[in-house]
Design a protein around this ligand. Structure first.
Ligand code: DON
Length: 440
């Protein structure tokens, strides 16, 4: 069979190739000299499969795409409170190089604009770190996200540093507000090195997939940053990642994203894939023209917009029926699919409405997943029912609820048949587990 995904990627590349509008970044002379025809796109799944088309192994500098990853490092190294005390999370609605600071505190509005990213660079590692050790931590962290050792492009770094007057001015302002506590020039030098790290489109897709995969690199298996950090980073990418085009992006594409002035663009679709595109011509916001078109295409072709409402799940309560009669009658609620808050709510209503017998079996045989809030809701309900004197059985052969410890006096069995036959309660069989929970 001809591979479907690479064929699709080749087709969309062909569709955007003819668009030669925009221009490579001009304010860093070395970037202005980039080959504008380069074009590549890659998908990396959270299982570590990479699909690509075009120039996916061409190296270019990461630039602002480093910002979400270095923000993740600062959050991991210093904790949320100390980072949030110095850099906010509000969209600025302004260009990446605007001096968007809170009026009273001087705090940069978010970590995606330069003022925020320069501050964030200073927050990586411990407070007493030497500038060169901080840069080493940043490059090491970016390498862990990419699962290969990365290095800087010295020519681009020198070219940007020679023209970094605006970033230097910003750093001095931040220093005057007490937001930056270190030498302003050293921090801008470190930040410029961070921006000059060389990556390929393939690397960027894997880095984005690491975010999509709750912070665990799908190739190396390394947990690069903790999960709560990933949620914070993806949220800020969603609201601020595309600067003054962030609102258009959120409505039209709907994927947490980040662009860089060398022409890279990444998107992370939580729990699914990392996407990266590369094409050096930029629009007036500093975002890759063809990269933006590619993402618009992916979002609409594949329903990747995060605000697309998922197709309504099948009813969680598959059936409700009673077996037997008299004191041994057993009411069986057969559940199915994945259960979240709304599904658990419908189970609670079914338990309330139909629970007439003394004995109830919740049959989870066809349930493939249950999230934390749904698990707690169901166990709280079983706990309350057992307190009221009912016998409750959890038919859970795959242990989708691995430890129903707070479900009251609950008997866990592997089959409905076991719940129907009285010896179950004596837990003679290893798989028939009588749990003593909070309700006793
Ligand atoms: O600070 C700068 O100007 C660059 N090193 C990075 C800017 C950038 O990539 C903006 N993104 N589109």
């Amino acid at each position: 069979m001809r591979p479907i995904i690479p064929d699709y990627l080749i087709e969309v590349l062909k569709d955007v190739e003819s668009d030669t509008s925009g221009a490579p970044a001009g304010y860093i002379p070395e970037l202005a000299a980039a080959d504008p025809e380069r074009l590549g796109v890659a998908f990396a799944t959270i299982e570590g499969e990479v699909y690509g088309a075009g120039d996916i192994d061409t190296e270019f500098t990461i630039q602002s795409i480093s910002k979400p990853f270095v923000y993740a490092m600062a959050l991991s190294d210093r904790g949320f409170d100390s980072v949030l005390a110095r850099v906010g999370v509000e969209p600025s609605g302004e260009a990446f190089n605007q001096i968007s600071l809170e009026r009273d505190t001087g705090r940069p509005l978010n970590p995606m604009i330069n003022a925020g990213a320069i501050t964030v660079h200073s927050l990586v590692g411990t407070a007493d770190l030497e500038p060169s050790a901080r840069v080493a931590r940043v490059i090491g962290g970016l390498s862990a996200f990419a699962s290969r050792p990365l290095a800087t492009d010295e020519t681009v770094r020198a070219s940007e540093m020679a023209h970094a007057h605006r970033n230097l001015a910003m750093a001095h302002m931040l220093r005057s507000h007490g937001i930056l506590t270190e030498d302003a020039h050293a921090v801008v030098d470190g930040y410029t090195r961070q921006c000059s790290v060389l990556v390929t489109t393939r690397d960027l897709a894997i880095m984005a997939a690491t975010l999509a995969n709750r912070g665990t690199n799908p190739l190396s298996g390394e947990q690069v940053v903790p999960e709560p950090v990933v949620r914070q980073v993806l949220s800020v990418m969603f609201s601020c990642g595309m600067y003054d085009a962030a609102g258009d992006w959120a409505t039209q594409v709907g994927i947490p994203a980040k662009s860089g002035v060398a022409g890279g663009l990444i998107g992370a679709l939580p729990g699914q894939i990392g996407i990266a595109a590369f094409s050096p011509r930029l629009d007036r916001h500093g975002n890759s023209v063809r990269g933006v078109s590619l993402f618009e295409r992916f979002s609409s072709d594949m329903g990747m917009h995060l605000m697309d409402i998922p197709t309504i799940a099948r009813a969680v309560v598959r059936s409700s029926h009673t077996i037997g009669s008299g004191p041994h009658a057993l009411q069986i609620l057969e559940l199915q699919g994945g259960i979240g808050f709304a599904g658990a709510e419908s189970v609670l209503r079914a338990m309330d409405a139909s629970f007439l017998e003394n004995r109830l079996a919740l049959d989870l045989t066809r349930v493939h997943s249950i999230d934390d809030v749904a698990r707690r809701m169901l166990l709280e309900a079983t706990s309350r029912l057992t307190l009221d004197g009912h016998d409750i059985y959890l038919v859970d052969p795959e242990s989708v609820i691995p430890d129903p410890g707070d479900g009251g006096r609950l008997t866990e069995v592997d089959t409905v048949h076991q719940a129907m036959n009285p010896p179950y309660a004596t837990a003679q069989h290893g798989s028939q587990r009588r749990r003593e929970g909070l309700g006793q």
